[in-house]
Design a protein. Structure first.
Length: 278
């Protein structure tokens, strides 16, 4: 059986992080999107394709960068319009914004957008049910980790599980790609990238990651641009000590950690594929 590995990037800027949004006296300037080309070289050197969930408002400002990602053979998917939490939007607002975002991305790459991931995994069931009619073929916002106050808990009772990652909505052609977690003492721990890769001691993360790769035939990691650039960046705001720590902790060594994990997955015969089910 072919082992599948989905590498994904939530393409957003540093100022989209929710813990920075309370600092209202600054104008966010783009920085990390201009560094994404270095990550594209990183992927090219390793012959790896990834799925990029892109914010439409960022794509509007930098269409040539989005086009470059697409032309390099990666998948462009949708991360919403402006990184607002889905839980704070009405159903009509959600549909209108997401329809607009999808159209913007499709016009930039001149191709269809198939996938969606909600900012902060904040998707709810009443809005998940609207994705297929908007024109999406899959979602990747489902994570079983109720300890995080921003994550929504989706009810998957209308879905049939096909494997450890992939679920299919019954009587439709719509799929859900689940963010993986590992079970320890009745707790789900996200060994799936993001801040968890930066914060959890790497020797522990790698050990749990390897155990999951052995148990499964599918896996997924997600990351953000600020976690992929090992260079220096000075915040134009003065955040609290806690907020600064949340942003900077483990960031400079993260790309090296990712390289180690991707090499391990290759050694265990995982094939890197796009999420697009076509």
């Amino acid at each position: 059986m072919k082992k599948k590995f989905y590498l994904s990037v939530d393409l957003e800027e540093w100022y989209h992080l929710l813990y920075f949004k309370k600092y209202t006296n600054f104008k966010g300037k783009d920085f990390f999107i201009f560094k994404i080309n270095e990550f594209l070289f990183f992927l090219k050197d390793r012959h790896i394709k990834a799925t990029f969930f892109v914010l439409a408002e960022l794509a509007k400002k930098h269409p040539s960068i989005i086009k470059q990602i697409y032309n390099d053979g990666h998948e462009i998917a949708c991360h919403g319009y402006n990184h607002g939490l889905v839980t704070e939007k009405s159903v009509d607002q959600f549909i209108n914004e997401l329809t607009k975002a999808k159209k913007i991305l499709e016009e930039i790459i001149d191709d269809k957008i198939y996938g969606y991931r909600a900012p902060c995994f904040s998707l709810t069931n009443n809005k998940l049910s609207k994705l297929y009619s908007i024109g999406f073929s899959y979602d990747s916002s489902y994570i079983k980790f109720s300890n995080h106050k921003l994550y929504s808990e989706l009810n998957m009772s209308k879905y049939k599980r096909l494997n450890s990652i992939l679920l299919k909505k019954k009587n439709t052609k719509f799929f859900e790609l689940q963010i993986p977690t590992t079970r320890i003492n009745n707790f789900n721990i996200p060994i799936s990238g993001g801040g968890y890769l930066r914060i959890i001691p790497f020797i522990i993360f790698r050990y749990l990651f390897k155990l999951e790769l052995k148990k499964r035939n599918e896996y997924m990691l997600f990351l953000h641009p600020f976690e992929l650039y090992p260079g220096k960046f000075k915040l134009p705001i003065k955040p609290s000590l806690i907020d600064n720590l949340r942003f900077s902790y483990g960031r400079y060594s993260n790309l090296k950690k990712l390289s180690n994990l991707l090499d391990l997955a290759k050694q265990m015969n995982y094939e890197f594929i796009l999420m697009n089910p076509k």
